[in-house]
Design a protein around this ligand. Structure first.
Ligand code: ADP
Length: 244
């Protein structure tokens, strides 16, 4: 992205993308609430070929104690990619990218979590990327939100996330790995659908002001679709027959 030459056809003459999707078609998304016995809340998401597991622990005591806040709870997020999650083995030590994504996801979740309800304690969110294929931060943020709700953490809203972007001079929804590598722009968006507030917006690439507005609109509409699947995952666990 950002000046890299496209060496593959990202959109054919019929407007079909490299994986056969139309411009505003998301990849297949499957979300499951629960599943981890030892976590207070958990979720698993498949977002195209991304596979991500999230465990939530807390509210619990903060160690070291000086990191706690007497007025409010704190949220801690660790985003981690398994060495086998990408084609070439990834070093298991936290990379700069993982540290940045952990921070970005934490800040995208904070407006939704009622941290003031549990002062002096911490809620820990552990994100394990088992398989990565572009858009892991959005998929992880979406699953983390479900895992927090599954843990019974008081929340103002869910955060649903998906990326908009630009390939072949066209605004698209849900950027896959090839489109991320060879496309013109990638804009991950996190959105609280009931409060109608964006909590994550990043942009890698160059857009005109019109394209920027269209990307935000396409991304927000995509987040609303993701939100329906988040609700379904929680409904399936708590009111359905999933048996967790
Ligand atoms: P996101 O996953 O949120 O789109 P990036 O844009 O940084 O975040 O990464 C895009 C994709 O690049 C990832 O989803 C993953 O498929 C791939 N990727 C990231 N880090 C590595 C790595 N160390 N080795 C190989 N592929 C990677």
């Amino acid at each position: 992205m950002g000046g890299r030459e496209a060496t593959m056809v990202l959109m054919d003459e019929n407007g079909k993308r490299c994986d056969g999707r139309t411009v505003d078609e998301p990849r297949r998304i499957m979300i499951k609430a629960g599943g981890l016995k030892n976590a207070d809340g958990s979720a698993y998401i498949e977002f195209g070929d991304n596979k991500i597991l999230v465990g939530v622990f807390g509210p619990r005591d903060v160690h070291p104690k000086h990191m706690s806040n007497t007025d409010t709870g704190i949220l801690r997020v660790r985003y981690h990619m398994e060495p086998f999650s990408v084609g070439e083995r990834k070093n298991p030590a936290p990379s700069r990218r993982e540290i940045e994504i952990s921070k970005v996801i934490k800040e995208a979740l904070e407006p939704a979590v009622m941290l003031d309800k549990f002062p002096r304690t911490a809620v820990d969110v552990f994100i394990e990327v088992l398989q990565a294929d572009g858009g892991t931060r959005c998929a992880a943020l979406t699953a983390a939100s479900v895992a927090l709700a599954d843990a019974g953490i008081p929340m103002r809203d869910m955060v649903a996330a998906i990326a908009a972007g630009k390939v072949a001079d066209t605004v698209i929804l849900d950027v896959n790995n090839e489109e991320d590598q060879a496309g013109q722009a990638d804009m991950p968006i996190g959105y609280m659908p009931n409060l109608e507030k964006i909590t994550l917006l990043q942009l890698d690439g160059v857009l005109t002001p019109e394209e920027y507005k269209k990307c935000v609109q396409v991304g927000v509409d995509g987040c609303k679709l993701v939100y329906e699947l988040q609700k379904k995952a929680l409904n399936d666990k708590y009111f359905g027959n999933s048996g967790d």
